[in-house]
Design a protein. Structure first.
Ligand SMILES: NC(=O)c1ccc[n+]([C@@H]2O[C@H](COP(=O)([O-])OP(=O)(O)OC[C@H]3O[C@@H](n4cnc5c(N)ncnc54)[C@H](OP(=O)(O)O)[C@@H]3O)[C@@H](O)[C@H]2O)c1
Length: 249
């Protein structure tokens, strides 16, 4: 990559959708920096992403870590053109089993983390840059045991209109992707007993009009479009990438 190449930050870029987007943007000539928290997935990402991609440990819940990520971007590239706030956790539990730690973990990553990461890197986003938040098809559907994760993704979607309005004068676009069920490691992290998790996953294709789950690469293509100048008139919106799930009867 050259110093003239655009720069992307992808939080949670060590697996799944973020990992696929890092690969795609790198192949299209971007400088890419991804973050993650788990030492094992960080190490795997270093081995599976192209060597030019910077892989940085940073806990998405921590504004201090976000400030460190901003420093790293400033020192390496001097700016960040595309901020993909993709890091997310999704866990299921019945209402009776919820506690504050469960709530704080999910809202800490999905809502607080996204907002404060954006705050820390904002000074580095030039006119013409863009931000992409991550919500989920679940905000339009009711799945039992999913109240906290669904509410966190509803809050994330609600960030889009005010942030788009606030950052438009700086020439920065703000959108979100609303994925349907995508085949990533996320399904193994729902906190369900193995058999129940497998049953939940197996149910998905029946709920999606195209009859299958999506791939991380299919979401990456949409993210890359929204990051590109071709999307310069797309602002303040939430884009469904769900095989028609949200609008199906
Ligand atoms: N897959 C789906 O069906 C689906 C549907 C709707 C929305 N989404 C959303 O899409 C986004 C990507 O999900 P995915 O399916 O690609 O899941 P994934 O493979 O589990 O990826 C999640 C990423 O977020 C990172 N992450 C989680 N907690 C973190 C923390 N505290 N600090 C830093 N990084 C953290 C993970 O890194 P570690 O390995 O270090 O934890 C990983 O890189 C998420 O926001 C998710 O909610 C996914």
């Amino acid at each position: 990559m050259t110093t003239n190449s655009p720069v992307a930050l992808i939080t949670g870029g060590t697996t799944g959708i973020g990992h696929a987007t890092a690969k795609l943007l790198h192949a299209r000539g971007w400088n890419v920096l991804v973050t993650g928290r788990d030492p094992d997935t960080l190490e795997k990402a270093r081995n599976t992403l192209p060597s030019g991609v910077v892989v940085l440990p940073a806990d998405a819940r921590s504004p201090e870590d976000a400030a460190r990520v901003a420093d790293e971007l400033k020192q390496r590239f001097g700016r960040v053109d595309f901020v993909y706030l993709n890091a997310g956790v999704s866990r299921m539990a019945p209402l009776e089993a919820l506690d504050e730690a469960f709530f704080d973990e999910i809202f800490g990553v999905n809502v607080k983390g996204a907002l404060f990461t954006l705050q820390k890197v904002l000074p580095l986003i030039p006119n013409g840059g863009s931000v992409l938040l991550t919500t989920a098809v679940g905000i339009a559907k009711g799945a039992p045991n999913y109240a906290v994760a669904t509410a966190s993704k509803g809050a994330t979607a609600a960030l889009v209109p005010p942030l788009a309005a606030e950052l438009a004068p700086k020439g920065i676009r703000v959108n979100a992707i609303k994925p349907g069920p995508i085949d990533t490691p996320a399904f193994a992290k729902l906190g369900l007993p193995e058999e129940v998790g497998a049953g939940f996953r197996a149910l998905m294709p029946q709920k999606i009009p195209v009859g299958r789950m999506g791939t991380p690469e299919e979401v990456a293509e949409v993210a890359a479009f929204l990051a590109s100048p071709a999307a310069r008139f797309v602002n303040g919106t939430v884009v469904d990438v769900d095989g028609g799930m949200a609008t199906a009867f």
